[in-house]
Design a protein around this ligand. Sequence first.
Ligand code: ATP
Ligand code: MG
Length: 655
Amino acid sequence: MATETPGRETQETLSNLLTETRRFAPPAELAAAANVTAEAYEEAERDRLAFWERAAERLTWAERWHTTLEWNAPFAKWFVGGKLNVAYNCVDRHVEAGLGDRVAYYWEGEPEGHSRTITYAELQREVAKAANALQELGVRKGDRVAIYMPMIPELPIAMLACARIGAIHSVVFGGFSVSALKNRIEDANAKLVITADGGYRRGKPNPLKPTVDEAVAECPGVERVVVVRRTGQEVNWTDKDIWWHDIVDRQPAEHEAVPHDAEDPLFILYTSGTTGKPKGILHTTGGYLTQTSWTHWAVFDLKPETDIYWCTADIGWVTGHSYIVYGPLANAATSVIYEGTPDTPHRGRFWEIVQKYKVTILYTAPTAIRTFMKWGADIPAKFDLSSLRILGSVGEPINPEAYVWYREHIGGNRCPVVDTWWQTETGAIMITPLPGITHAKPGAAMRALPGIVADVVDDKGESVPNGGGGYLVIREPWPSMLRTIWGDDKRYVDTYWSRFEGLYFPGDGAKRDEDGDIWLLGRVDDVMLVSGHNISTTEVESALVSHPKVAEAAVVGASDPVTGQAIVAFVILRGEAEESEDIAAELRAHVASTLGPIAKPRQILVVPELPKTRSGKIMRRLLRDVAENRELGDVTTLTDSSVMKLIAEKLPAAK
Ligand code: ATP
Ligand code: MG
């Protein structure tokens, strides 16, 4: 019987298919010395605002706030009346506390041998000089500065220099095209652009300046372009351009950090564009730094005296903003920054870096973990990874199989894995295990952090009982929440606060298991409706990835005359697995036995690659276009558009 696809409003909530029984308790030693104990949850429950006040007290304020939270729903102000300087908190105060010789960043360039060590004292001088340079160029508090750079030390230095003088930075990922850069410069109306001649990527210099030249030619509001010399490649020069070393190097190494209002804007950052047109997310000063620094300390159990922390994200994404720059520096951590790709010059590069710097905390993304699985466990096995003690994951739901692989082959079965759920919009981690407390389940983000009130609700916004599935929501404002979409309050209200009255809706599906723990099930836009059941792409993908021959999978619902939507799966096989005639049948049977017959894909296609955003997330909407034989939608945030051709060619061969 044909089933009509009902409107999203009338659908039942998510079917809950996956059962996972593996559990990992925190290592006893780690638990005994953990920064945060289970009491934090109770404290925050007793008095949420007092909990966040204590977190804010970890920072140095020039003036204390008078009101912790002013909530004119959905517009929040945190630590109202408080004044602080973010750059002072991230750099100067550590030097004043006698930590000037501590390494802030071990920078590792992609070409081997390009490395640099930057102490907090050096960082203080570099940031002061850069702040003086920005002021000489006429940048004032509230002005927007676009930053389009490779992963080099001048990138965090430029961000901190902006923060220091109260200019609002808008970092644009260095892989973006002319039009993406131009749109972001225009939307924020930036008056200055900071860039570099190029950066190293996949073994060769990758030019950036030509992209900036083309974009700036169409942005008359840009007055100057500051250019860092990184690769030494030939560049075109215009009268707006000035070399970083010409303007920054001659500046005094002192700069007075004036305090800014807790609610002064800190930065604009555009979302990754996985679902459509990116949104300019606005973050402010006091609440953002409070939550990024507290979560970085709590979730990674950071011991700043001894830990070597490495987040592999690009600073052009929010993960890099919050967990390479602001969180770690506010905590006086020692971090690694790596410029290049994981396979240059060889597929063991990440593990070589872990070994070289004796990294203790590693924070990476499921897309990277699945790639390492595909390459094989023998590669990390060649390196000494015994320094590691905590592993993190962010960006997409982590498939249980990828989690277990990560734990075993990278973490030696001794490191807890924290699966951290958050977004550009939330500014900082929201839902995650805590490494010294949580008995973690592979694939589950588990529980909202102390001070965060998350829930899973049905269509009407009512909490679902344990065992139920539905929509993830946040019930109360949090310090690092976005304040608005830049220049568009209406879009802010419509996008996040209109689906459920009084609740923040991030756009993700979730379930609450029998123990009350939270599992993220992918974006609600990706949820499939098969014979009247809402089925999550994440669960079907995880079932596919649990087959020993599959490294990565993407699943979409394509319209089907019988079932409403039918499941179409795209899979990448593991290194050693061969594509064979029977593989599709074998995988379909595997899904049916893991999740039940309802989740059995109609088609399975073996593909060489999947379409991903530049932040590494699978773009299912493009696969849906392919599966339904439509013209492809917006591909501007796609990493490599030739991938879609390769995939489309596979389609007629589908079983
Ligand atoms: P856009 O909003 O423009 O479509 P995006 O959502 O990919 O782009 P980000 O803010 O970088 O932009 O990503 C946040 C999203 O990533 C979350 O809403 C969620 O869908 C996904 N995500 C991040 N971490 C996790 C996690 N640990 N588990 C599940 N999903 C996650
Ligand atoms: Mg999003």
